[in-house]
Design a protein around this ligand. Structure first.
Ligand SMILES: Cc1cc2nc3c(=O)[nH]c(=O)nc-3n(C[C@H](O)[C@H](O)[C@H](O)COP(=O)(O)OP(=O)(O)OC[C@H]3O[C@@H](n4cnc5c(N)ncnc54)[C@H](O)[C@@H]3O)c2cc1C
Length: 350
């Protein structure tokens, strides 16, 4: 007797970084049938991230338009995953922004005129009232509403959860091995209605997505042994110092454009150590436990890429989250799943 052909999956998800993991959970919540294919995190930017969910970032105090909605969706999602995966995955954390240019005072004042800015951004604190051990000649301010996601634990627990239900395949999915048709796709014995790439910067090598307006940068960070001279809050001052646990802190990150160089390099390490000394001139030289890095994949247009390949209705992309995967991921992933169910996913425009 001939074996019956397997019935098609709803989704074939490629990549189990932060975004592929969030998609798997959202798909499970929606009752979809799916399989995740990941190459064993060989190239996961998520594992270099500090996991910070910072509402207002950089010297411009930039924030996405629907910040309150994004924060709300993210906090709900990380709370539900903490329960499902039985690990505390999200910690609300106060953040301090130490001003490095007087120009930032103007941007800070402008953001405080908005409803969300007034709620989440504290007033300028005078010189000397900033984090301990840090010169703050231009003052500082508090940023509320954000926190830290334990991305490494989220990925590792999600992997175990997927494997336990037979929904994980450890493999590299090569573009040539994916058959695409008008009604669906097929990979390695698995038919599916839609294949969704959540492969971070690797998606730019796929013909269907090469022409998208990618914004790419390599980022490196140092894992430092925590010592009592370090502030207890997350501090942003051009670079960021974030406690990870009682023994370790994350310090970074660089923005580099040499994308072909993959290994952590000594120049980046030195740049970060010089910056550390500039920010904490009285502190002892920190002990470096590790140097990590990855490629940030963002979109020059701003919002992430979430839609179908222009010429292949069975291939989609959910990617380009830049430096804000923890904040943007949950809301965009939920909307993607909703649009898949409603059959309203649209082709991406180059
Ligand atoms: C140094 C640094 C610091 C950062 N800090 C923060 C931060 O504090 N907060 C924040 O929100 N964001 C931060 N980011 C950005 C963050 O990493 C991203 O927003 C997000 O984690 C990207 O997740 P992703 O799932 O899209 O991609 P990735 O994490 O890159 O995951 C892609 C996965 O797909 C796999 N893969 C790729 N191709 C294939 C294939 N063909 N077949 C099978 N598997 C494949 C990869 O190995 C990987 O496991 C930082 C980034 C860097 C580099």
């Amino acid at each position: 007797m001939r074996e019956a052909a397997p019935s098609p999956l709803d989704l074939l998800i490629v990549g189990q970084g932060l975004i592929g993991s969030l998609l798997a959970h959202a798909a499970a919540d929606a009752g979809l049938d799916f399989l995740v294919v990941d190459d064993g995190h060989q190239d996961a930017a998520s594992l270099a991230a500090a996991g910070l969910m910072t509402p207002f970032t950089g010297r411009r105090f930039s924030a996405p338009e629907n910040l309150e909605i994004l924060l709300d969706a993210a906090k709900r999602r990380y709370a539900s995953l903490s329960e499902r995966l039985d690990a505390p995955l999200y910690r609300p954390q106060p953040m301090i922004r130490v001003f490095t240019l007087y120009e930032e005072h103007r941007r800070h004042a402008r953001q405080r005129q908005t409803h969300t800015g007034a709620r989440l951004l504290g007033p300028i604190r005078a010189t000397g009232e900033g984090p301990t051990g840090m010169p703050d000649p231009m003052g500082s301010c508090r940023i509320g509403g954000g926190g830290q996601v334990d991305v490494a634990t989220l990925l590792q627990r999600t992997r175990t959860w997927l494997a336990a239900s037979g929904r994980l395949q450890q493999a590299r999915l090569e573009p040539a091995a994916l058959e695409l048709g008008a009604e669906g796709c097929h990979w390695n014995g698995h038919p599916a209605h839609l294949c969704v790439l959540c492969t971070g910067h690797q998606a730019r090598h796929w013909d269907a997505f090469r022409a998208l307006p990618w914004r790419l940068s390599r980022g490196q960070a140092l894992i430092l042994r925590r010592n009592p001279t370090m502030p207890t809050e997350i501090v942003h001052a051009g670079r960021t110092l974030a406690p990870l646990d009682k023994d370790r802190a994350w310090f970074g990150a660089t923005y580099q454009h040499d994308l072909d160089r993959r290994e952590p390099d000594p120049e980046a390490r030195q740049t970060l150590l010089d910056e550390y000394r500039r920010l904490f001139p009285e502190a002892p030289a920190p002990e470096v436990l590790d140097q990590i890095g990855g490629i940030r994949a963002g979109s020059r247009h701003g919002p992430p890429f979430a839609g179908l390949a222009p010429d292949h209705p069975a291939l989609a992309l959910l990617d380009g989250f830049g430096s804000r995967g923890t904040l943007l991921g949950p809301w965009h992933v939920d909307r993607f799943v909703q649009r898949f169910i409603n059959e309203t996913l649209a082709p991406l425009k180059p």
